[in-house]
Structures are given as structure tokens and as C-alpha cells.
Design a protein around this ligand. Structure first.
Ligand code: HEC
Length: 101
């Protein structure tokens, strides 16, 4: 009984945070599944043409992803990838990468 109460409090807390704030945890799973294939988690291999995202400014990352999504910034690869991101996805992956050092 006690553990049930604790886990529902935990779930409510999670729901509250995902509703109005970026979740680096959600961002991390998407980054690991999608972005890391090209961008790596911290740094790409030295000869890769992909920019490193770790520790970059969160506002910059969000802006870049929104621009790729609405195609005001052109990149065949990133336009295709960002096209399927929601606003929450963008906030989450930006928060995740910005938080890496
Ligand atoms: C198939 C490879 C690939 C994948 C997967 C990929 N990217 Fe990219 N990304 C690129 C390339 C190539 C560029 C450089 C494009 C350009 O010239 O603007 C780029 C550029 C970016 C930039 C701009 C960086 C800068 O310095 O301005 C951001 C931000 C970014 N990607 C985020 C992401 C995120 C977040 C994901 C996962 C949702 C992701 N990318 C997945 C290849 C990829």
C-alpha cells in the first residue's frame, strides 16, 4: 500500500514536469535512439561532418531545430528528421544536449 502511494505521487510529479517543463530524460531517450547515430552523445568522431551538440546553448538548439522543422534552415538530413519533432520533443532534446558537458 505504501509503495503504491509513493509511486502514484512519483507519477503525478512526472506528469506535472512533462506538462510545462522540458524533460531532459525524455530528450535523452530520443537522442540515444535517433540523434546520436550522427551527432554522437558527446562528440562525433573527428572526421564526421556532423556538428557536436553537447553543452551547446539551449536556446540555440531549440531555434536550430525549429528552423529545420519549418525549413527556414535547409539541410536535407535535418529537415527530414526535425519534420517529425513536436515542440515538446524539441525542448526535450535541446535540454538534454545543453545539459551535457
Ligand atoms: C542522419 C544523420 C543525422 C541525424 C540522425 C541527426 N542529425 Fe542533426 N545534423 C546532421 C547534419 C549533417 C547537420 C548539419 C546540417 C547543416 O549543414 O545545417 C546537423 C545539424 C544539426 C543541428 C545544428 C547544429 C549547428 O551547429 O548549428 C542541430 C541542433 C541538430 N542537428 C540536432 C539534431 C537532433 C536533436 C537530432 C535528433 C532528433 C539530430 N540532429 C539527428 C545530421 C544528423
Amino acid at each position: 500500500m505504501k509503495s503504491l502511494a509513493i509511486s502514484s505521487a512519483f507519477l503525478l510529479g512526472l506528469m506535472a514536469t512533462t506538462a510545462d517543463a522540458a524533460s531532459p530524460y525524455a530528450g535523452q531517450s530520443r537522442a540515444a535512439a535517433v540523434c546520436a547515430q550522427c551527432h554522437g552523445i558527446k562528440t562525433p568522431s573527428a572526421d564526421a561532418p556532423f556538428p557536436s551538440l553537447a553543452g551547446r546553448d539551449v536556446a540555440y538548439l531549440k531555434l536550430a531545430l525549429s528552423q529545420y522543422r519549418d525549413k527556414t534552415r535547409k539541410s536535407e538530413i535535418m529537415n527530414a528528421i526535425a519534420g517529425s519533432l513536436t515542440d515538446a520533443d524539441i525542448s526535450n532534446v535541446a535540454a538534454y544536449y545543453a545539459g551535457l558537458h
